[in-house]
Design a binder for this molecule. Structure first.
Ligand SMILES: CSC[C@H]1O[C@H](OP(=O)(O)O)[C@H](O)[C@@H]1O
Length: 382
């Protein structure tokens, strides 16, 4: 349950059958409204429109979507295939979908009837939701401890990109959960919030979450980050991830890679915070990560949840007010890939790794891994 009053995602049993209720993130911060999904088709549309978004939450929502199909007696394999392919980059989506599909299949293989198998799918989706919430708490703690070692001053000034709070998770989020922990400890001087063009997850969603938590923050144009580094105003960068390849390459919201170059040039720690469900050992290198290309209208038009959509400008997301000449083409990758050598550390619920190498990444996923040591298997770089 998010602290918004309106849950980020919730399963609801209604007289007409079960539905998945989503806090519609395209309407934030103007209004907290629920989007009701009665089937996989509606959920796929919500995922593609980013009404529900953020890698860990996509896994949770995708899992519930499979359970929804099962309870409503739909073709579960077809539902799973459509949900898993709704967005290509965040590995959590397909992983969550396939996990719940697998629970459903296993129940049937064990002789369960359709109703029992559907119940097994829902139970697995709920377990996934709870595990993600627990992972958030652990990452918040480990990330806070890590910053205590990496950042030589408090209160500290942190920069974040896109949105990684409770709007991307079954719990408190990923990178923003660490910021929240730092703030709760009285150690946050300033949170620099990249607006994160073109969909403005930072200016809309991170600013919304930071406001609710009473954080000292400022929103900035993405292009202004360099001047903050140059002025010595950033003590650490914290970002989330959508997919971490076996070599430690990190796919995250477009604009993350330039921040890693700035951070390296200025000797600032660049920290990725993501649950282990974001690690994809089947993707060997960063170059193998499929980066979602989105509609030109998201770049050539501007829209706001506070303003009505421009009637004649209708893009996939409902368009907006044109700022480029009508019909102008745009390059709009939703993510970019940061090489492991530019990542100071990766914080997961199973421990922190640094340096980031194929060996330390594999160690995160090892069944025998424990988090008894403070930083897991990796030693912190200076
Ligand atoms: C830690 S998951 C949040 C992750 O998801 C965002 O992408 P999108 O808003 O397109 O779902 C962004 O990459 C964040 O880092």
């Amino acid at each position: 349950m998010a602290d918004h009053g309106v849950p980020v995602v919730r399963w609801a049993d209604t007289p007409e059958g079960p539905v998945l209720a989503l806090l519609d993130q395209t309407r934030l911060p103007a209004e907290e409204t629920e989007l009701i999904c009665e089937d996989a088709q509606a959920l796929v549309a919500a995922i593609r429109a980013l009404s529900v978004r953020g890698a860990p939450l996509l896994g949770v929502a995708g899992g519930y979507g499979v359970a929804l199909g099962a309870v409503r007696g739909h073709d579960v394999a077809d539902v799973a295939d459509r949900l898993a392919s709704a967005r290509p980059t965040a590995v959590n989506l397909a992983a969550g979908v396939r996990r719940v599909e697998g629970a459903h299949r296993a129940a049937l293989d064990d002789g369960a009837g359709a109703e029992q198998a559907a119940a097994a799918a829902l139970a697995e989706a709920r377990a996934l939701h709870e595990e993600d919430a627990e992972a958030s708490e652990r990452m918040a703690q480990l990330g806070h401890e890590l910053l205590g070692d990496l950042v030589r001053r408090t209160p500290m000034r942190l920069l974040t990109h896109c949105n990684t709070g409770m709007l991307v998770s079954g719990g408190r989020g990923t990178a923003f959960a660490v910021v929240s922990q730092v703030h709760a400890a009285g150690e946050l001087q300033k949170l620099w919030v990249d607006e994160t063009r073109p969909l403005l997850q930072g200016a809309r969603l991170t600013a919304y979450e930071a406001t609710r938590e009473g954080m000292p923050f400022s929103v900035l144009a993405d292009g202004a980050a360099g001047s903050l580094f140059s002025a010595g105003e950033v003590d650490a960068v914290l970002i989330g991830a959508d997919r971490i390849a076996a070599d430690g390459s990190v796919a995250n919201k477009v604009g993350s890679y330039p921040l890693s170059v700035l951070a390296r040039h200025h000797g600032v720690p660049f920290v990725v915070v993501a649950p282990v469900t974001t690690v994809d050992l089947a993707t060997k290198r960063g170059a193998d990560i499929v980066v979602e290309q989105r509609p030109s209208e998201e770049v050539t038009h501007v829209s706001s949840p506070y303003a009505p959509y421009h009637p004649e400008a209708r893009g996939e997301r409902g368009g907006g007010i044109p700022v480029a000449p009508m019909g102008a083409d745009a390059y709009n990758p939703a993510f970019d890939v940061t090489p492991p050598e530019l990542v100071t550390a990766i914080v997961t619920e199973r421990g922190v790794i640094s340096p980031v190498t194929s060996e330390t990444v594999a160690g995160l996923c090892s069944p025998s891994r424990t988090t008894t040591s403070r930083w897991g298997n990796g030693m912190m770089k200076a």
